[in-house]
Design a protein around this ligand. Sequence first.
Ligand SMILES: *Cc1c(COP(=O)(O)O)cnc(C)c1O
Length: 478
Amino acid sequence: MAAQAEKKSELYRRLPSVDELMHAPAIAALVAREGRAPVTDAARAVLEVLRAAIHRKELDAPGVEKAVHEVVLSVERELHRQLLLSLRPVINATGVILHTNLGRAPLAAEALANIQQAASGYSNLEFDLESGERGKRDSHVDRLFRRLLAGQADEAGPATVSTLVVNNNAAAVWLALNTLAAGGEVIVSRGELVEIGGSFRIPDVMAQSNGILREVGTTNRTRISDYANAISDKTRALLRVHRSNFQITGFTEQPQLKELVALARERKLPLVEDLGSGALFDLSLAGIRGEDGVLDSVRAGVDVVTYSGDKLLGGPQAGLLSGRPELIARMRSNSLFRALRVDKLTYAALEATLLAYVKGDYNAIPALRMMQLTKEEVRERADRLASEVSRNAALSAEIVEGESVVGGGAAPSAVLPTTLLALSSKKLRADELLARLRSAEPPIIARVEADRVLLDLRTVFPDQDAAVASALRAIASE
Ligand SMILES: *Cc1c(COP(=O)(O)O)cnc(C)c1O
């Protein structure tokens, strides 16, 4: 026992101290590059691991000698691990275009360039260059939304629409309800009291906005008369909520938007619509039907529409409130608006994205570009990848037909025909293969169906195909 303890302390003594290690020339070079504090932390962590290994008798004398010999390399590795960014790019091979867990909409190149410009110096964010006085940050995008959402002309001329930008659509819904309905009631159909992932529940948002929810109808059927009968002197607004990722089929009834608009007008109440995804692009161009966009709601006469910036719009994370200027002005003067407003980076990305819409340049916006790909275009790339793999017997690839999903709370029926690469391995189960793809650099995210791993190249950028091919080759040759 005593001999053992002596031997252990002897082994400990062979390890350098943190101080000695920090003076090694190779470590000094690391310090110059990455800074003293992180290198010291890494050196300490490496020595700690070695001491623990000695303590557990996992290292004998030759083992310690080898570890000491490699200690600089270990410090470098540990440092790299510690300084690795946690938020990293991944390859989305799921075929879900607006994947909330993978960051929703990728930004257009113009949006990135504009972020870089706005972020690396000063800008006229809240400065009017003409008058030299203080300006409004929303003016930068309001003018573009005005163009894109110009309402129908009536006797009073074309209807104008104002737009306010907040952090996300959850904040937009809260701001609309708090401004219009605090202390009063908002009428909503029971069939629309939805939860939209990540615990966004309409009843909870309503409670937080100090509005009182007045539920009408039943889960599957709500008539316009249900709304009409519920209106009282406490009513402040009518609310319609897009059901997003949820569908009620069969024996159902829901008033048409124009019936709700007519009722709201007649009773002089604002109609608020939480559209969720909010397309500014005619989705039928991508073969998706039955999904109305922001313009449809504005034209139908909805007073305030709320929607996300990073769903079907294809821009940065944001919540947009578009509607009647006097109502939007009230929301801007809500004392909590300041807590919800967005920074210059979001305006920069949003303005560049909206400019692409003004120009009709839909291909500039990655999410819209992906939506418009045909299954034949996806197939060409899948074929090329399959031919890389099928030469190797350990991993086999087959081309199959399937569906991509728009996602981001567009109607659940919003799917696009696609071509999939179905992978199976002789050595790995499907979930193991999936995990191997996740450990590639950059990680590749795919899905499993019927014991096969499915890759949908619709959501993979074409310049990432080579990285997918090399990951597949690496897995096949293991
Ligand atoms: C996605 C969604 C929200 C939440 O929007 P965020 O931008 O994620 O805050 C709210 N309502 C509906 C109907 C949605 O689809």
